[in-house]
Design a protein around this ligand. Structure first.
Ligand code: SPV
Ligand code: MN
Length: 621
């Protein structure tokens, strides 16, 4: 291996050689010589090596210890608080085309640029080389992944969020089938924040199943195995006829019934995904990314690609998210990011207690009234501040979290954030109609992406549009096919937790538990439903009983009517917006266009039949 011994010493070389994989050697050699770190450390799955990354993050200032045992805090720079979609590009070989919504760059041009930027980027720094496994080990779902980075925070995060993969790589027997990720924070300032945020780049190269990501630290940009691997895996899944989804996986356990029923759920970022997966009384398998494959028994199975949670901390309080709140306030290994640190105690937005007026946050020393360079007030903690924890530490972790076979999927949920159109829960009329529902998700934008206004309605098919690396047409076609090949495809539902009237939410946050338990009952044919033009909705009596049983709350008929009325004009407006998007896409399957037409026709017919624009749920025959 052609690397200077002062940079990669014998002990580290031996760890690399033990993997016995020529492609690993080739890749490491290439990027060490290009990035020119002063030292390379190769890490195995051992506890000792995990401790090395943990300690290094504190030693080099990327993390600081907080008062509670095991808790640390990490800050990303003030302009690096979310995913950078503008500079996240799929490198496109000549002759290939992707959907308009997917940002691309000519492959050769992108490679030339980013390889040029990588030249010497790690000078004076330490490169960490680490092996992981996406999905459970020794499973047909598993994808090995090699990470190279100069950030110990990235490795520490990945150690918590992903399964260790040194042994998995050894078991590859030299095969070159793995993803690889090259990350560098680039030059950092005295707070250890990337100086050159304006030169942030995240380039996906599907040809070589690799991603280059530089001049950033926010985990959605820097952590290779999270959204970067999601993008590579979507490319792979669509070639191999399985699904790679931006979905949680949870087990629903209705009280008094001795069973568990697994659901997956896709929600745009910051729209209640993690808090759904963490509803008290249920179990969690995963909160962000699922690989879903058909089983030989005609049922689909899902695994969590991850083993941890990188969750939004704003709004986590003892009332709305008691399970998460408890896990964030007890000793364990936990990284807070971009919260307010007041003498070792973390504070975040809407945590159920007052936030002090002074402390350290993502802007440095902070006190109330501090403004950014545009004159806007800097909030004490960022809206997209996060926590990183391991799932197996949680009391509600599902027993099949690491099952190499995955869990059987009985239902899929598509959630949006919409204040005025969709009812809280609707079941699709069929698998294909469900695919249509998923591809119609609209959501108001949130703070997880930098540089764009929040609260703007945006079309987000399957909550996955920001991660697609195949044309939308291919993705939708594969979805349609996936369900058709199953004997028992999952039932598909849509949810909307964000309906408002006169500026006030119509539901309490905890109400999602009722919708989830209702969906679970539908899987087992326990509730009848009302067929409407947009799908099946719950009957009032069932919801009344569920609210009573779960919260001991009187759910009134007025609330039901307000929440479950079918708003024809609003729904038709949405159809028009959707039609406009899909018209621009080449190759969308005809059946999908048919679903759009049929949905519109059903709405128009209902409007004529009932002679009104808003139809109450009880009026449908
Ligand atoms: C999301 O935004 O969907 C997240 C966090 O899960 S990030 O890592 O930024 O993607
Ligand atoms: Mn996500």
């Amino acid at each position: 291996m052609n690397i200077d011994k002062n940079i990669l010493d014998e002990a580290n070389l031996a760890k690399l050689e033990a993997v016995n994989n020529p492609k690993v050697m080739e890749i490491v050699e290439k990027y060490v010589n290009l990035c020119k770190p002063s030292k390379v450390t190769v890490l195995t799955d051992s506890e000792e090596d995990m401790q090395y990354a943990r300690d290094l993050a504190v030693k080099n200032g990327e993390e600081k210890k907080l008062s509670t045992e095991g808790h640390t805090i990490h800050f990303d720079g003030i302009n690096d608080q979310g995913r950078d979609l503008e500079n996240t590009r799929v490198l496109l070989p000549p002759g290939k085309k992707l959907s308009k919504a997917i940002k691309t760059l000519d492959r050769e041009e992108g490679l030339k640029e980013v390889l040029g930027m990588l030249d010497g980027i790690m000078e004076g720094r330490e490169m960490l080389v680490k092996f992981y496994c996406l999905g459970p080990e020794n499973s047909k779902f598993a994808i090995p992944a090699l990470q190279m980075t100069d950030s110990s925070y990235v490795v520490h995060s990945e150690d918590m969020l992903y399964r260790q993969g040194y042994n998995q790589f050894k078991n590859l027997n030299g095969s070159g089938e793995f993803f690889h990720f090259i990350h560098s924070s680039g030059e950092v300032d005295e707070r250890k924040n990337t100086k050159n945020v304006d030169k942030r780049r995240v380039y996906m190269d599907l040809e070589e199943e690799r991603v280059f990501t530089i001049n950033n630290q926010y985990a959605g940009n820097s952590v290779g195995l999270k959204k970067l691997s999601l993008r590579l895996a979507i490319g792979k899944a669509n070639k191999e006829d399985w699904l790679c989804e931006h979905m949680f996986i949870m087990g629903v356990k209705p009280e008094g019934k001795d069973r568990i029923t697994y659901f997956t759920g896709a929600f745009p970022s910051a729209c209640g995904k993690t808090s759904t997966a963490m509803i008290p009384g249920q179990t969690i398998v995963g909160d962000d990314i699922a690989y879903i494959r058909p089983g030989e028994d005609g049922i689909s199975y899902a695994v969590n690609v991850e083993q941890g949670i990188f969750g939004i901390i704003a709004d986590v309080n003892p009332t709305d998210d008691p399970l998460i709140y408890k896990s964030l306030t007890t000793p364990r290994e936990l990284i807070f990011s971009n919260v307010l640190d007041v003498d070792g105690t973390p504070y975040w937005l809407n945590m159920g207690q007052d936030i002090p007026s002074k402390g350290e946050n993502f802007s440095g020393d902070w006190e109330e009234g501090k403004q950014d360079d545009k004159g806007n007030a800097i909030s004490p903690a960022h809206k997209n501040a996060r926590y990183t924890i391991r799932i197996n530490e949680l009391d509600n972790a599902d027993e099949h979290l690491d099952n190499p076979e995955g869990v059987p999927v009985s239902g899929m949920i598509y959630g949006g954030r919409d204040s005025d159109t969709s009812p809280p829960v609707v079941q699709s009329l069929s698998w294909a109609h469900g695919v249509f529902i998923g591809s119609a998700i609209e959501s108001e934008t949130t703070a997880t992406v930098v540089g764009r206004p929040t609260g703007v309605r945006k079309h987000n098919p399957m909550s996955n549009i920001e991660f697609l690396t195949v044309p939308l047409a291919t993705y939708i076609e594969n979805h349609l096919k996936f369900g058709e090949t199953l004997d028992k495809p999952p039932l598909i539902f849509s949810t909307n937790y964000f309906l408002k009237e006169d500026g006030k939410f119509l539901n309490e946050k905890v109400d999602k538990k009722v919708w989830v338990v209702w969906m679970e009952g539908r899987v087992h044919n326990e509730y009848e439903a009302i067929e409407t033009p947009i799908g099946h909705i719950p009957k009032y009596d069932d919801l009344k009983a569920l609210f009573k049983q779960i919260f001991d709350r009187e759910y009134t008929e007025d609330e039901y009517k307000q929440q479950f009325s079918i708003k024809i004009d609003k729904l038709l407006e949405r159809m028009d917006r959707m039609e406009a998007t899909y018209k621009e896409e080449e190759g969308i399957p005809q059946v999908f266009h048919d679903h759009i037409q049929q949905q519109k026709e059903r709405l128009v017919e209902a409007k004529e039949k009932y002679d009104k624009d808003v139809i109450l749920p009880g009026e449908f025959e």
